[in-house]
Unconditional design. Sequence first.
Length: 228
Amino acid sequence: MGTINVATNLQHVRDRVAAAEQCANRTPGSVHVLAVSKTKSTALIRDAWAAGQRTFAENYAQEAEQKIKALADLGIEWHFIGPIQSNKTRALASAMDWIHSVDRYKIASRLSEQRDPALAPLNVCLQVKLSDETTKFGASPVELQTLAEQVASLPNLRLRGLMTIPAASTNPEVQRAAFRRLRELFEALQAYHPSLDTLSMGMSGDLEAAIKEGSNLVRVGTDIFGAR
Ligand SMILES: *Cc1c(COP(=O)(O)O)cnc(C)c1O
């Protein structure tokens, strides 16, 4: 692998997002790019910051804690997108601004209990498992309504939307079908929770399909920071 030019990569990703927005008749700038920096160095994160990126996502609690400390001078908005074990909620509750991977009530209630109430509420997306092959993690669509009700009632959390990681596919139609399903679940929930505003779907390999189906936040790692 050669040297990674984060600024150039970021510009390519922004161009792709802008083209996908236009192609889908979406408002320019309506899709947020979240930079997924898991396993990548703080030096590369600083490069992305210098190129204008302000939001970053991590997958592993311990790695996230170390990077948040090392980069405290930047004032980054931090998102957590990895699986959450009960014994990691305390570390995440006050360090993070967003968590995209809440998939059960037990985790949500611990995060709310452990969030410093002096801070703004922790923004939360519920992770949805769309099919059995994809991942062990995520609430099933039938559990979603109840989980949303429970999470919305917790004092130190703010329920913002849904997240999914569909089964990997290079077929745009297959990609779109999964994203369409998440959008439909999102719209159904919005009827009960009108303040939901975040549809977190799309990664390096499928962000165009996600944007066509209404994503407003794509989580991009590889195409910004290089292969892991
Ligand atoms: C790693 C990861 C991403 C980024 O994936 P890339 O294919 O590298 O863009 C996005 N979302 C989640 C939940 C991840 O774990």
